[in-house]
Write a protein that binds this ligand. Structure first.
Ligand code: TYD
Length: 213
């Protein structure tokens, strides 16, 4: 059993890396559950739709964080915990570190409050390993924008916001170096995946050894 989360700004290649990791674990006949935040439950998917609706421009950062946390509270109890108890590997595309990075460092909400809300929402469930794809937001946002017209929509403000988010992630990683693996995402996907697999293998071996002790 292992709880692994992926973090990174938009365009950092999370989706590709998750897909490659799932394929590798699938070959080993591991029981793996893959979820994403916000979402992953019927309630969470509806909350996700509210959060990502571009019409909701009036949404306050406080409301936003409580909605993310509500979706998280649901998925932890309905999906993640039960699977971990059955010794599955759970891979989550974003978890509470996204809230700390985006709402905390990005939007400037007080980190102490966010940590308390997060603690309540998750019941204290912390990942065994957090794989963070680190990338200069300028590269990430350019990758996401398919066309030059789309790129011009990402104004300076957007870039600065994502810079703060990135700095936030790096802070969080430095605070808990044993849980986080910081990956240079500006490399060929296969090389990034090699590092990910090595670290995941070490974690699974460690967990197996602990179980048999
Ligand atoms: P999504 O379409 O899933 O993007 P990505 O493929 O980059 O994960 O959108 C998720 C967005 O929500 C993304 O911009 C990060 C943001 N987010 C937060 O701001 N706080 C959170 O707690 C979570 C989980 C996500």
């Amino acid at each position: 059993m292992a709880f692994i989360t992926f973090e990174g700004i938009e365009g950092s290649g999370k989706t590709t890396q998750i897909r490659l990791l799932l394929a590798w674990l699938g070959e080993q006949k591991q029981r793996v559950l893959h979820t994403r935040e916000p979402g992953g439950t019927a309630i969470g998917d509806r909350i996700r739709a509210i959060l990502l609706d571009p019409a909701h421009t009036e949404m306050t950062p406080e409301a936003e964080i409580l909605l993310y946390s509500a979706a998280r509270a649901q998925i932890v109890r309905e999906v993640i915990r039960p699977h971990l108890e059955q010794e599955w590997i759970v891979i989550c595309d974003r978890y509470y570190d996204s809230t700390l990075a985006y709402q905390g460092y990005g939007h400037g909400l007080p980190l102490d409050d966010l940590r308390r809300i997060t603690q309540f929402a998750t019941g204290g469930l912390t990942p065994d390993l957090t794989l963070y794809l680190d990338l200069d937001p300028e590269i990430g946002l350019r990758r996401k924008a398919q066309t030059p017209e789309e790129w011009t929509r990402f104004e300076r403000k957007e870039l600065e916001y994502h810079r703060r988010v990135r700095e936030g992630y790096l802070h969080l990683a430095a605070q808990e170096p044993r849980r986080w693996l910081v990956l240079d995402a500006n490399r060929p996907p296969e090389l990034i995946q090699q590092d990910i697999r090595a670290r995941v293998e070490a974690l699974l071996n460690r967990n197996r050894a602990e179980k048999h002790r």
